[in-house]
Write a protein that binds this ligand. Structure first.
Ligand SMILES: [Zn+2]
Length: 310
């Protein structure tokens, strides 16, 4: 089984809790990955910066980035930074985890355009413009009245110039629509589901999904129960994940569907509480949509996207 996951919060959790990748607690860990038995595995490790203040966020990013690099050194026999598509392929061939560094909340840019290239050179391949609040770039899902700021527009242009991918997960609708106006390169919604199935501002309405399909982007299915189904139903699991995937297929999205687990950042269905259990989802999807499509969702679509755009 091969897998590329577009989003987990594991590294920020390790930093916050003073844990190593070899632990018994996090949903993505050395043991969990070993239990999954992947033949190929690339993981986007988002450094989640909570701070919307530029200076505080830049300081936090630097702190988390040091933890991330320390973990890479400590577990270098198991995982290696993949800052390019070639490095991703090499890591997989060596049987190591291809560790992709991503940013959740671009307040980590510190309000400084020059930091974008610096962060890219240090391996950060993708950044979400916001978290849920409003920062110097844009409004997030809980700050719907704000679109992209002037600085946000400049930051998008600079990200595209440096080939740092833009992640639109967490953006407000206004900011997403502003972004569609100026974006040139393909982009990603790393961990968002379908709003027509689960009415939540973190999920994507059909017209945004169509835009992503047209522009050959990627959408990572989020395992968070609250984005799989609305209301009091806390039993969301495989069938809801399958529903969101089938909805994307209905919209013509067979090439854009990927996974964005949100492991270590959200409450996920207990059948796949850790990545070590992920084969159960693979089996479920194979039965429901067939092996070829399941392999696209698990690996091939993200692999093709990264080959084109990293
Ligand atoms: Zn998130």
């Amino acid at each position: 089984m091969k897998m590329i996951d577009l989003h987990c919060d594991t590294m920020s959790e390790l930093a916050k809790r003073g844990l190593d990748f070899d632990n018994e607690i996090t949903a993505v860990s050395q043991n969990q990955v070993a239990a999954a038995g992947f033949s190929a595995y690339a993981q986007c490790f988002a450094l989640f910066v909570e701070e919307d203040d530029d200076i505080a966020a830049a300081i936090k990013w630097n702190e988390y980035e040091r933890v991330f690099h320390r973990q890479l050194v400590k577990y270098q026999d198991r995982m290696v930074l993949a800052a390019s598509y070639k490095e991703l392929v090499d890591a997989v061939q060596e049987g190591r985890i291809a560790a992709l560094l991503t940013c959740e909340n671009a307040s980590a840019f510190g309000g400084n355009l020059a930091r974008i290239e610096m962060m890219k050179k240090r391996g950060c391949i993708m950044a979400s413009l916001t978290w849920n609040g409003r920062n110097s770039l844009a409004g997030g899902a809980s700050a719907q009245e704000y679109g992209l700021s002037e600085f946000g527009k400049k930051a998008v242009a600079e990200m595209e110039r440096c080939r740092m991918l833009v992640d639109i997960s967490h953006l407000s609708d206004r900011a997403t629509e502003d972004f569609f106006q100026i974006a040139i390169r393909p982009f990603v919604a790393s961990h968002s589901n379908c709003r027509s199935l689960c009415r939540h501002p973190r999920n994507l309405p059909d017209e945004y999904i169509s835009e992503i399909i047209q522009r050959r982007g990627l959408i990572g299915i989020n395992f968070f129960k609250g984005f799989l189904c609305s209301g009091e139903d806390k039993t969301a699991g495989f069938s809801e994940i399958g529903d969101h995937i089938e909805h994307l297929l209905k919209l013509g999205g067979s090439e854009v569907i990927a996974l964005g687990s949100d492991y270590d950042g959200a409450e996920v269905p207990s059948e796949i509480g850790g990545i070590g259990q992920i084969e159960a989802l693979y089996t479920y999807l194979t039965d429901r949509i067939g092996r070829a499509l399941t392999e696209k969702v698990f690996f091939m679509n993200a692999d093709a996207f990264f080959q084109q755009n990293l």
